[in-house]
Write a protein that binds this ligand. Structure first.
Ligand SMILES: C=C(O[C@@H]1C=C(C(=O)O)C=C[C@H]1O)C(=O)O
Length: 406
């Protein structure tokens, strides 16, 4: 197989280049990667363990032999040029559906430079894509677990935390939207990009969303991550908004929840890194629907470490699992009452040098034909109020709900 990357004099927005069928995306503030077509694809079955890492190992092996069999002609030579694979992993090892895709065409943009990568000998001229189709009328259906039942589940989790060594568990729920005709994924993508400029707007095999949470960025031996945990609503007025932000930064519950997440990232990254830097206190990340406590982490990767090995060690962070991880995973399996599939799993891309960007698949929907299944979760700690956690998930749903609404 041959792959060629050339510089591209292209001014149009990346998302505007996507064709309607099975678009792939990883875009933030106009930069990133969009892609389409399938040159190779891996769909992984379920593994036997909830906290297993087989899907990451299997993916790494597949990538290694895939990249080894490619002849690359790359005049751009930067992270994301040459062959690139998009991927998305299930949250729980026992769910099938982790997917890797080597697209036939990729367009990348970074630092104002744009490039085109094509798999195979044939040219792939960038045709004018038809404009995204509106979604049309939607019918909203209740999720796997109704709101009242979910609130009771949160109350049970709080009891569990008070009675046992569990410190934090993230519980999620879903809702379903049905359109009258197949949903053009480019429509929610464009809206998410407009409304959530600080988020990574992604779509891989139908899993579509805008995540603020960067699990891992690798460029050479430099690693970056952004830990999020601790959430408050946005205020209706500037004054209310500032008061909510101040309360969040001062809230013992949220600061504690956040500290768990930073600590779990530190522990997971530590063995792979020569150096790891994180500020002592979280900062504030404001999005259109909610505001979060955020800690940017920088590290230097030890030589010879495979990116997917690091990913496997990081997942699931306390931001989507809990603390301690194993107990939290068991409690999620026992109490949550639904399958997360690829929600809250790593989603992103990797190139042949191991460079890549992976987020946690949050604020998303699995879009299949005319059906979209939306997901949202919240971190539960000892003094969580179940009604407030329900409201937090409702606020988190807003991103995808609005993106699907014409
Ligand atoms: C679980 C989600 O979000 C996570 C949970 C957060 C929290 O509990 O405060 C904040 C950000 C994310 O790490 C989600 O969006 O579904």
């Amino acid at each position: 197989m041959t792959v060629r990357t050339t510089a591209l004099p292209e001014e149009r927005a990346l998302l505007d280049l996507l064709p309607p069928a099975a678009p792939l995306s990883w875009v933030r503030r106009g930069e990133g990667l969009v892609a389409w077509g399938t040159a190779a694809r891996l769909d992984l079955p379920a593994e036997s363990e909830r906290s297993g890492v087989w899907r990451f190992t299997a993916a790494a092996e597949w990538l290694e032999s895939l990249f080894a069999g490619i002849t690359v002609d790359d005049e751009v030579r930067r992270p994301g040029s040459g062959p690139v694979v998009f991927g998305s992993f299930t949250f729980d090892g026992r769910d099938a559906g982790s997917t890797l895709v080597l697209p036939r065409v990729v367009v990348g943009r970074r630092g104002g430079r744009t490039w085109l990568t094509v798999v195979g000998e044939e040219d792939a001229p960038l045709a004018a894509a038809p404009p995204p189709r509106p979604v049309g009328a939607l019918r909203w259906l209740p999720g796997t677990v109704g709101e009242d039942a979910w609130t009771s589940t949160v109350a049970r989790a709080v009891e569990r935390i008070r009675d046992t060594g569990l410190a934090k568990v993230v519980l999620a729920r879903d809702v379903v939207a049905e359109a009258a005709h197949p949903i053009d994924v480019r429509t929610p993508l464009a809206r998410l990009a407009a409304d959530y400029p600080d988020c990574y707007v992604y779509s891989v095999a139908g899993l579509t969303g805008a995540t603020p949470e960067l699990l891992l960025r690798r460029a050479g031996d430099r690693l970056e991550s952004l830990v999020l945990a601790g959430t408050a609503p946005r205020g209706a007025t500037g004054r209310e908004d500032a008061a909510l932000a101040e309360a969040l930064l001062a809230s013992a519950k949220d600061v504690e929840e956040h500290a768990y997440a930073v600590e779990s990232l530190r522990e997971a990254l530590g063995p792979f890194c020569a150096e790891l830097r994180a500020p002592r206190r979280p900062e504030l990340l404001r999005l259109a629907n909610v505001q979060h406590l955020a800690t940017p982490v920088h590290a230097t990767l030890a030589p010879g470490t495979a990116t997917l090995r690091v990913l496997a060690a990081l997942h699931p962070t306390a931001a989507v699992g809990g603390t301690p991880t194993r107990t939290a995973m068991e409690v999620i399996g026992e109490l949550e009452g639904m399958r997360r599939d690829r929600y809250a799993g790593p989603v992103g891309w990797i190139d042949a040098h191991g460079n890549g960007e992976w987020g946690i698949a949050l604020r998303c929907a699995q879009i299949d034909g005319a059906r979209a299944r939306l997901f949202a979760g919240a971190g539960i700690v000892g003094d969580s109020d179940p009604r407030a956690e329900l409201a937090e998930t409702t606020a988190k749903f807003r991103a995808m709900r609005a993106a699907l609404t014409d």
